[in-house]
Design a protein around this ligand. Sequence first.
Ligand code: ADP
Ligand code: MG
Length: 659
Amino acid sequence: MSHAYHRQLVFTVKDKCRVCYTCVRECPVKAIKIIRTQAEVINERCIGCGNCVKVCSQGAKYPLRSIDEVNELLKSEKKIAACIAPSFPAEFTEVPDHRMFVGMIRALGFDYVAEVAFGADMVAREYENRIKRSEGDGQISSDCPAIVYFIRHYHPELVGNLAPVASPMLAMTRIMKKKYGEDLKVVFIGPCFAKKAETDEIDEVLTFRELREMFQEKGIIWENSSPSVFDPPVSGKGAIFPISRGLYFTANSTETIPEEQVVVAEGRVNFKEAVREFEEGLIRNKHLMLLCCEGCIMGPGTSPGGKRFARSAAVGEYVSKKLATVDKEQWENQVEEFSGLDFSQQFSPEDRRFEIPAEDKILEALHAMGKFKPGDHLNCGTCGYDTCVEHAIAIVKDLAETEMCLPYTIEKLHDSINNLNVSNDKLAKAKQALKQSEKLAHMGQLSAGIAHELNNPLGVITMYSNILIDESPENDPMRDDLKLIAEQADRCKKIVSGLLNFARKNQVTLSETDIVKFMRHSIDSIIKPSNIEIAFEPKIADPQARLDIDQMMQVLTNLEKNAVEAMPDGGTLTVGVEGDQKEIRFIIADTGTGISKEYMDKIFTPFFTTKEMGKGTGLGLALIYGIVKMHKGKIHVESNDDVTKGNTGTTFTITLPRT
Ligand code: ADP
Ligand code: MG
């Protein structure tokens, strides 16, 4: 394995990400970028803790795999040693005895199978000595590679506080090479994949999950393995290393490290807090024993769904059995044998913090999410960031998107729904209007045809009945009948001419008019009963407008007549005109009976009338509708016929565009 340090440890499967932002939330260093609603790991920022792999329910993240490389090694002529992390009893709980487990590994073709726990024994001695010797400044344990990356990248000022001690894995590699020859190839097998990028001194690193895969590929099961013991050097107390406070227990071999000198912090939230407090000087003289996971037994290279306390108990059981049978003298001799070995390790800072963006940029990002005042900062964490400001900074840094803010997205969704509802309403109204005008067009065609055919015979009836009246003597009893014929024929002619008006297809003839004068004229031309007041309210700055005078006069007089007829017991007719540069609005309002809801969509239909026989033709509003449409205008009716809901009455508003 070369250039361990630059290795990418976590990869993203495109399109599997369902943007739950759990990985963003769980990533202690926010090394995850959301691009076009896909989460991607940024290698330069990653510390290899594996949290994102552990929490992604969609399997959208996977760790670097080393099985092929290890198989290559095993195929070679070289001697290969498997160094097994002390957390193995927590993972392989189904194997009844560790000797079967060792046999299974040998079956894969490894020449030696040793326990990293002996490396832990040696490293723990280093820690014990350092802690006992140290005065003043405390130090930070360097056995967890993710913690080491974290300090080097994000707290480079604290690199000097990292204990310059090799990790148990590295120590064991050096021990194995010393014992079995420098050309020995060493494969570490453990619960962690940050180890894959820890050091170039080790040849390959497998996770327990990869080991399981290899067993499966080769059909190796404990039932058919030949039990075997670990190769020396055999371990002692170091086997307890992977459980919570493991380093403390191992290092405290002579029980001389007082508890108050040590701060143990594990898990993604705790270790960061401990480092922050250490940096702030609050626990500067303490020795921080930090692990990125909750003990190595919960590492991302272990099988998912493992129970922490059961795993811890499994390691505990293994250790107590081991300590009961360990050959103390042999162990002490081994310690003696390797105590001259170099167990040091140096670390260098590599600052990967990003610059905090300018305040106005952060504010801009916050405003884009509808956050304008402190009260808008819900800090709900759904986006994966602890605070809205952190999210805004990530947006400025192109790591996050605005849509990740759930409250903002919900609000936007509500807005969209409202807009859709409004569009829907508009659409329904337009459909209704279309239906109405189609109906009117058909009616128009039909009535034009009928009217045309009726006009000539009606003319004949009128003419002949008038001739007969003229020719009949004054006292002729037939005269009244003839008069009735002539009268009714006349009425028919009026209806027919109304029909022709309604159906006419001719264009409007526009001419310049003073509409205030024009309206006054329309009021003057209707018959006004004495119990009706007329209020004329012109409110228009520019009364000059272009319209078809004859046709619009029909519109206004018809509306005014309807209004008067709706107020049999008297009332007020308000006639107004208002508008601006774009349009003119004629308003005809009455305090009459109002129009009932069920009639509202019928009133423009030709021949619809509620008036008694002989009074209404039901053609007024149909005619108005046609004329207004020809002016490219709109008609709006507002009416109340229910006294319990306030004053009754109707207001017609005709809006005409000026051009
Ligand atoms: P007509 O006046 O011959 O009945 P219109 O087409 O002018 O025909 O009007 C149709 C119907 O609309 C009327 O019969 C009446 O029911 C209703 N209507 C019109 N204008 C008013 C109004 N201002 N107040 C109450 N009802 C009205
Ligand atoms: Mg009418």
